[in-house]
Design a protein around this ligand. Structure first.
Ligand code: CTP
Ligand code: ZN
Length: 156
């Protein structure tokens, strides 16, 4: 174990995943997107914690669980600042930033009220694009309308 012991706000885990630097207000969306309400593993979390970098943050720790890249990247829309940390035998084994995926399925509603995804039980599907200011926008696979960041509403 690390010699340099320090007090952790949320207790250390021996093995599993830590998702750090989540915007405090989006911690529960991350829970839903990753289906953490259904896991049988131990989950610890904190929100409105102090962060030097962001003011406040949320953190989630899931024991004995490691996420595939395409699964973890689903949280990019609600937690673009998040860091994914894998813990093995109490040590930080890897630490990476979340990347924005090129496609998003489900999670976000299509902005177009006439889109098939808003009329029938069809799961939304978008291609991720960026506008001229670098802001993310989502191009619908079905109606081809784009949903800008400010128009995004989430299913959960
Ligand atoms: N952590 C944990 N269990 C462990 C080891 C680390 O839950 N056995 C968590 C820590 O709480 C921290 C994260 O994993 O949130 C990263 O650990 P570390 O790199 O030691 O923390 P910091 O240096 O504070 O990371 P950063 O500067 O990236 O915020
Ligand atoms: Zn659409």
């Amino acid at each position: 174990m690390n010699k340099k012991r320090k007090e952790l706000l949320v207790s250390a885990i021996s093995n599993g995943t830590v998702i750090d630097h989540i915007p405090a207000e989006n911690v529960f969306q991350v829970f839903k997107i990753l289906s953490l309400d259904k896991t049988k593993h131990q989950v610890y979390f904190g929100t409105n914690l102090e962060s030097k970098k962001y003011g406040t943050k949320g953190i989630i720790k899931i024991s004995d669980t490691f996420f595939k890249e395409e699964v973890i990247n689903k949280i990019a829309l609600v937690a673009p600042t998040a860091t994914l940390i894998e813990i093995r035998d109490y040590e930080v084994a890897s630490k990476v930033s979340i990347s924005i995926p090129s496609k998003i399925e489900g999670i976000v509603k299509c902005f177009n009220p006439n889109c098939v995804t808003n009329m029938e039980a069809v799961k939304t599907k978008f291609e991720v694009l960026f506008d001229e200011t670098g802001e993310i926008k989502l191009a619908c696979h079905y109606c081809e309308k784009t949903t800008s960041k400010k128009n995004m509403t989430f299913f959960m």
